[in-house]
Design a protein around this ligand. Sequence first.
Ligand code: CDP
Length: 210
Amino acid sequence: MIIAVDGPAAAGKGTLARRLAGTFGLPYLDTGLLYRAVGRRVLDAGADPRDVPAALAAARALQPADFTRADLRGPVADMAATAVAAIGDVRAELLEFQRRFGREHGAVLDGRDIGTVVFPTAEAKLFVTASAEERARRRHAELLARGITADYAQVLSEVRDRDAQDENRPVAPLRPAADAMLLDTTHLDADAAFTAAMALLAAKLSSHGA
Ligand code: CDP
């Protein structure tokens, strides 16, 4: 079984997807980490994350250790990830890894294009969203909790900027799959979002199995 969890920046996809994976006994993949790791490698090389050959070389050179680096989050890593993610050759390079991850035992994957491109035939697709203000509030709180000084207005502007880049890129733009179930978490905490997601999934999976 594949459960796709897509949506914009800081919508709470990761928290939800991890919990769903635990509940269904499925492996979990945070696909954003792949783009973050590529962006980080490009920055390490002193190149611009929009530079196609540099980003493609970084994607081809990825190693398991890249995913456990401590510097994959924060504004610089966010913007670099979003920039490399707009490059079609980078996305193509990362596609097979994501498919292989889910193929053998099933999986919960979170990202932007899981339901539209990576696993268009997933048994269940959730598109998780929340207002930009609420997502910025959550991301701001996350940064403060990690000891990173941040300005709310700046975080909001970065969230909006990354959404626009993800939605407007020509390759695998951020959008709900036609058969995705929408979950707006603006007024839901993590527990309430999980309960709502489980209700949507129960309805979907029972009709799928019938
Ligand atoms: O945690 P947050 O929602 O801010 O970001 P993320 O899920 O870690 O993704 C980082 C960036 O990678 C996003 O802004 C997207 O540009 C890109 N991404 C993507 O294009 N496709 C995916 N399946 C996952 C992430």
